[in-house]
Ligand binder design. Structure first.
Ligand SMILES: [Zn+2]
Ligand SMILES: [Zn+2]
Length: 319
């Protein structure tokens, strides 16, 4: 039985005292016994937090009680283990790193794509004049995406604006954007509107909410998430596996951390290669002196390990 909840949420709302708010919010989260990662910016909040159900409830009530965040939509998952080790609240320039920082040009509070609830997205997505656009990065859409979705060859969401030109061929179509929890689409769809696309919609609450409210229908593979779970199942209607083993190319959706803590790469690996490679991505990692014992799960959250800082930086930039 699930012991904890993990909450995923964001809220675009102006915070005038954002740096101070971040410091206070960290104390508050710790007082509730939560763990997780929250980004605070002048433009709003973006977080994933994990804790006992009653602590999560108290947290949601407190956020909703604040006039600035009363419309925050929480996606709630039941989990057996906490999804983080520590609690972090950080002040940054944006709640999701896009490089689109000038609120006079791109401001989701003023103008953004029309929000579609999961059921409406499902009803619309296969129409002839519709293009489904995945605004996420390669390591995310390679693990799972909507059938027939257009994907972009980007390593990071901040590369999205440079890809707009590739989408010009769809200018006369209805564009339905989606991402993990909805936060990237707020800016991606706002940018599309700014660039002259006229019919722009976004999946409200992202893949996570779609999984809960529309059974995840036609979402193929798993959804990458930014916590220790690495990925979650979405589709209970017509699931499929689209990702391949990093080592042999066989179809698999098992995502693991490399057993070498100084690599710690997230990648998909089949069980056969897991045995041969001892849970490592490469022969070099396999013989690394700090290599962890591979128990078949590829999951090492219980003992926090230092990770490759260049890769950690990469992950944090896409928050
Ligand atoms: Zn393999
Ligand atoms: Zn490795």
């Amino acid at each position: 039985m699930a012991k904890y909840n993990t909450l995923l949420y964001y809220c675009y709302s102006t915070i005038n005292d954002a740096e101070q708010f971040a410091a206070d919010h960290l104390k508050f989260c710790k007082s509730l016994g939560l763990v997780g990662r929250i980004i605070v910016a002048d433009e709003g909040l973006n977080g994933t937090v994990s804790g006992p159900a009653d602590a999560c409830k108290a947290y949601m009530d407190a956020v909703h009680a604040d006039e600035r965040f009363k419309h925050t939509d929480f996606k709630i998952d039941e989990v057996d283990e906490l999804s983080f080790v520590k609690m972090h609240v950080r002040y940054k320039a944006e709640i999701v790193h896009s490089g689109l920082r000038d609120p006079k040009i791109i401001n989701p509070q003023v103008k953004t794509g029309k929000h579609l609830e999961p059921k409406d997205f499902l009803a619309m997505k296969d129409q002839d004049d519709v293009v489904i656009l995945d605004v996420r990065s390669n390591y995310e859409h390679s693990l799972g995406k909507f059938r027939n979705a257009v994907t972009l060859d980007i390593e990071n969401f901040r590369d999205f604006p440079a890809k707009i030109n590739e989408l010009a061929q769809y200018k006369d179509k209805k564009i339905l954007t989606y991402c993990t929890g909805g936060i990237k689409c707020e800016k991606a769809s706002a940018l599309l509107l700014h660039e002259g696309f006229e019919n722009v919609y976004q999946l409200h609450g992202g893949i996570i909410k779609y999984g809960k409210e529309a059974g995840g229908e036609d979402f193929e593979g798993k959804c990458y998430v930014f916590d220790n779970r690495l990925s979650v199942d979405v589709n209970s209607v017509n699931p499929a596996v689209i990702s391949k083993c990093f080592n042999c190319g066989k179809t698999t959706d098992k995502m693991i951390n490399c057993a070498n803590p100084e690599c710690n790469e997230h990648f998909t690996q089949c069980d056969e290669c897991g045995t041969v490679m001892k849970g490592c991505c490469s022969d070099a990692c396999k013989v690394h002196p700090r290599k962890r014992e591979y128990d078949g799960t590829g999951y090492y959250v219980k003992v926090p390990q230092p990770v490759n800082t260049s890769k950690r930086a990469k992950i944090q930039l896409v928050e």
